[in-house]
Write a protein that binds this ligand. Sequence first.
Ligand code: F0G
Length: 452
Amino acid sequence: MTPTPTPRPYSGLRCIGCGRAFPLAEIRYECDACPGLLEVVHDLDRLKAERDGAAWRILFDSRLAERGGPHKSGVWRYHELVLPDLPLDRIVSKPEGNTNLYRSPRLEGESRTREVRLKHEGENPTLSFKDRGMTAGVSWARHLGVAQVACASTGDTSAAMAAYAAQVDGMRGVVVLPRGRISVEQLSQPIASGCLTVSLPTDFDTCIRLLREVGRKRPIYLLNSVNPVRIEGQKSIAYEILQDLGWNPPDWIVVPVGNAGNISAIGKGLFDLKTLGVIDRVPRLLGAQAEAAAPLARAHREGYASRVRVRAGDTVASAIRIGDPVSYDKAVAAVRRSGGAFVSATEQEIMDAKALVDATGVYICPNSATAVAGFLKARAEGTIGEDDTIVIVATAHGCKFSQATIDYHGGRLAGVVPRLANRVVEIDAEAAAIERLLTDGEAGGPARRGGA
Ligand code: F0G
């Protein structure tokens, strides 16, 4: 009897530094031969031979009509481009993705730009874009039979990992968090999901360094974006944006940058689509950082002469408070290849941008607002032109960072002037007092007036 042949895998791991190849089924995050990051490489020639660009578009569009099953997810709709070797029945999904792409007349007016849209990734199940990478990472961990998954986090990766690991029988999650530097809503998420929640009196950069050290000695499966499988799921933001736009590329995609996994993933996804003939042009990428933690914006200004590491300072955009991004090299390569740029925004610019967008009924977080502020700056400086079409990725929901909203509108955010404040009006518990207030026309702050 002849044995059934093992199917030839579509994907493997490759070092971005020296090109050395490893099997995807091997648990590793680093190259043996050099300090390079690993990436997942799919056999794009084989995928190209299976379908041409139009046929891929038709396949993905046909799946939009599916009401159940794995392809209903905005990640697994693109299964063949995410993890083609993962059997569909191994997928751990909520399902995620399928987030709204909002046109923003308010931002178009404010910036005098033709078309501006916001892809609201805060509409994912755990309220951030991290669900896309995590459905890939946890599904792959389950496929490999991993019992323990772990991550260091500024709050959103941990929330997502905990919630996906909780779906898998026998999988235990560990999250390592910088004490006092994540929001209370984010902290509540791994606790609620039953994850081992560890808090260290230090910053994120140290948390991840320590966890990577432990990961070299113990059999834990790391689910930070240093794990290249996470990046594959994260690419689906780019796929969905393009599909949302009828496969017509915008001129720019703007992304807030912390550990730099997301912008690397979006870049990788866009270049996949171009190689497969699904799109004919790759949008330029604009990465936005908070001034207090902006190594990539500085590197851009300095012509990428050398790798920049900074000690991250305080910022209201706490999820991107990262001075030494793990995916630095991938992000620089993606942004440069796209003809894009990195910019930084001040605390004032971030919170004003947030109030502007929030007041249109699309509630975003300070990290997302950094991308909005970065866009406004790049537009004002002329990097982005008035006829350009823009998609800004809002990465998490405003409800995950309530304190920042309340502090800004209440005028209690240090160093920030509440220019667009919508103050809570405190009055006596009397009908007459409410009536007086309405008659005086005091209801609704300046941010609300003027409409969307
Ligand atoms: N926006 C939000 C809301 C985030 O949580 C993060 C990263 C980013 C933007 C930046 O994405 O790191 O891929 O460049 N949060 C990570 C975490 C670091 O641990 O949750 P990135």
